[in-house]
Design a protein around this ligand. Structure first.
Ligand code: KIV
Length: 263
């Protein structure tokens, strides 16, 4: 997948979209060799790579650096970069500066959280020729207002609010929407009401696509694992075993061998 038209085509034909959040060159190079459709340079980098408790610590500079690393080796995959905390809430000029930094770093599109109060910014970015992916439901940049990382859209009023926001993002020209941590029935309902694709994370199987963080898929996250994660390999254990073997080889004189040395 290498354009927003491919996202529209996927929705029209019912082909599901796979996306992975990744932040650096080695992982982008591995993803480039897979069938995965798109790479999200998520602001979750602030947590996963930099050890912060929330995504609030992500900056435009941090996101541009990770975007550039991914884009250099993404091998034709569609790259979407997150607009970090408040970068789209300080007026159009500041937002466009942030968009410029991410796009010149190599992104093909930007993602931003929410819609209320920055509709003009979304319209301006789209009108400037930059594809925008929306993000609704659990929007981690608002974690302190939401009272934690918890499921959103429970109850009739909250669900209706999310349905309205999703329709508004479509009207504003977004090419896709991430739905994070909403009941599966709501994920499916919003998906059925939109012409643009939804990409779910903890939003059930009724969305048009799925996104997970690479480190969760590979089992490299040693902290709390949310219910919606499917771990495809116990990476932390596999890597720790490899490191222990290396450690033992060094300490017991098995590494380096003659063929690993210069004559
Ligand atoms: O920052 C991120 O990785 C994200 C995804 C989890 C959707 O926004």
């Amino acid at each position: 997948m290498n354009s927003v038209q491919d996202f529209a085509q996927a929705k029209a034909s019912g082909r599901r979209i796979s996306m992975i959040a990744a932040y650096d060159a080695w992982s982008a190079a591995v993803i480039a060799r897979s069938g995965v459709d798109a790479i999200l340079v998520g602001d979750s980098a602030a947590m996963v790579l930099h050890g912060h408790p929330t995504t609030i610590a992500a900056t435009v500079q941090m996101m541009a650096m990770h975007t550039a690393a991914v884009a250099r080796v993404a091998g034709g995959k569609f790259v979407i970069a997150d607009l970090p905390f408040l970068s789209h809430r300080k007026g159009i000029t500041a937002a466009m500066r942030a968009v410029g930094a991410l796009m010149t770093a190599g992104a093909h599109a930007v993602k931003l959280e929410g819609v209320d109060g920055h509709e003009d910014v979304i319209e301006h970015i789209v009108g400037s020729g930059v594809p925008v992916m929306g993000h609704l439901g659990l929007t981690p940049q608002s974690v302190h207002q939401l009272g934690g990382f918890r499921v959103q859209g429970k109850g009739a009023d909250a669900a209706e609010r999310l349905r309205c926001q999703a329709r508004r993002l479509e009207e504003l020209g977004c090419f896709a929407i991430v739905l994070e941590c909403v009941p599966a029935s709501l994920g499916a309902c919003i998906t059925s009401q939109l012409r643009i694709p939804t990409i779910g994370i903890g939003a059930g199987g009724g969305t048009d696509g799925q996104v997970l963080v690479l480190h969760d898929i590979l089992g490299l996250n040693t902290g709390h694992t949310p219910r919606f994660v499917r771990r495809y390999v116990d990476g932390a254990r596999v890597l720790a075993e490899a490191l222990d073997r290396y450690d033992a080889d060094v300490k017991e004189g098995r590494f380096p061998a003659r063929e690993e040395s210069y004559s």
